[in-house]
Design a protein around this ligand. Sequence first.
Ligand code: ZN
Length: 127
Amino acid sequence: MVVDCLDNWPAREVLNRLAVKHRKPLVHAGVARWYGQATTVIPGRTACLACIYPKGMRSETPIPVIGPTPGVLGAVEAAEAIRVLIGEEPGLAGKLLIMDLSAGAFEVVKVRRRPDCPVCGGLGFGE
Ligand SMILES: [Zn+2]
C-alpha cells in the first residue's frame, strides 16, 4: 500500500503510475488553503489519479495551507489506510472526497475509471 503525502502534483503522478504498475492500493490526499480532496485507488478496479485528473493539477510553490486542512485529510488517509490493512473496503475506493473548510463543506462524488487512461487503461476492466 502507498499513502500519498506529497506536496506537488508531478511527484504525485509518478507515485500514481508506480502504484498502478505494481497494483498497490494508493491512498491519496491533496490540500491547499482551506480545500482538499482524498480518494483511494485500487488498481484495476477503481479510478486512478490520472482518470480523475486527466490534465493533472497546477502545483503552487510553496503551497499555502491552513493547519486544520491537512489535519482533517491526514486523519481521513489514516482511516483509509487502516481499512486497506485490515482487508476491508476503503470508504473512498471509487469515490472522491472534496472538502472546503472555509464553508464547512464536505462532498463525496463517485469517480469512474477511464478506458483511455494512459496509466490504468491497460489493466482491463472487471479485474
Ligand atoms: Zn486511470
